[in-house]
Design a protein around this ligand. Structure first.
Ligand SMILES: [Zn+2]
Length: 241
């Protein structure tokens, strides 16, 4: 299967999992939470052509990692994939909101300078700010809104701005996530696990568990499992090749 957003470096047994993920998944995008983490993870995870490691700075920890801002910008040129980045507007992260916005904006500009990047974007409780920044700064890049949790009108705005969506089993546990998925264009949806932060029966979701969204897609899209799989592969190829 495909996992377009996981934190493989943060599993307890990441190095043991690595070859399993490479053989079980067609493609896996490992997002990182800081550029320093990207420098080491991309070195350690090198050698698997179906595992890509994206350089990121997670919005929830920009306060702690503000010193890595320049490093992040300088790494964009070398990384085809960027994430996890974005803005988190939750109350606990209000203190850093202007810093988050400023870093995300600079990052989008840097991605444009590099000719455009595929960017896995976090937008929890900050969909409006994220879409405003994408509208103003994203032209050649492809933003993928990971675990989108905005409103239906915001979703339509995101679609008009050219955004893609990575959707995981955790997002589809609630009716809201399913209602959003119904409105997403079938050629811009890809699976994600967001493991190990997401769990199922208190076990972390594994990168190959992203596959569990297929059942919901079968019913929403009115397609057989095989056709859903081929649609996912088409989407992946359109995105990355
Ligand atoms: Zn994540």
């Amino acid at each position: 299967m495909i996992d377009l957003h996981c934190h493989l470096d943060l599993y307890k047994d990441a190095l043991t999992l690595l070859p399993q993920v490479a053989s079980r998944n067609l493609f896996t995008l490992v997002v990182t939470t800081s550029p320093k983490a990207w420098l080491s993870t991309s070195r350690i995870f090198a050698g698997y052509e179906n595992i890509e490691v994206a350089v990121g700075l997670h919005p929830e920890i920009v306060g702690l990692k503000a010193r890595e801002r320049e490093l992040l910008m300088s790494c964009i040129a070398e990384s085809r994939f960027v994430g996890e980045v974005g803005v988190d507007g939750s109350r606990v992260h209000q203190e850093t909101i202007s810093l988050q916005v400023s870093i995300f904006q600079d990052l989008l500009i840097e991605c444009e300078k590099a000719g455009g990047r595929i960017i896995s974007v976090h937008s929890r409780n900050a969909v409006k700010q994220v879409l405003d920044l994408i509208e103003q700064n994203c032209f050649d890049s492809t933003p993928i809104l990971h675990w989108f949790s905005g409103t239906i009108p915001q979703l339509h705005r995101a679609i008009d701005l050219g955004c893609w969506f990575s959707v995981g089993p955790a997002m589809l546990m609630g009716l809201k996530g399913i209602a959003l998925l119904r409105e997403m264009p079938i050629d811009r949806v890809l699976p994600e696990s967001d493991g190990p932060f997401t769990t199922f029966h208190s076990e972390p979701l594994m990168p190959w568990d992203a596959i569990r969204i297929v059942e919901t897609l079968e019913s929403i899209w009115g397609m057989s499992k095989d056709r859903v799989y081929s649609q996912m592969e088409l989407n992946l190829n359109a995105l990355i090749r």
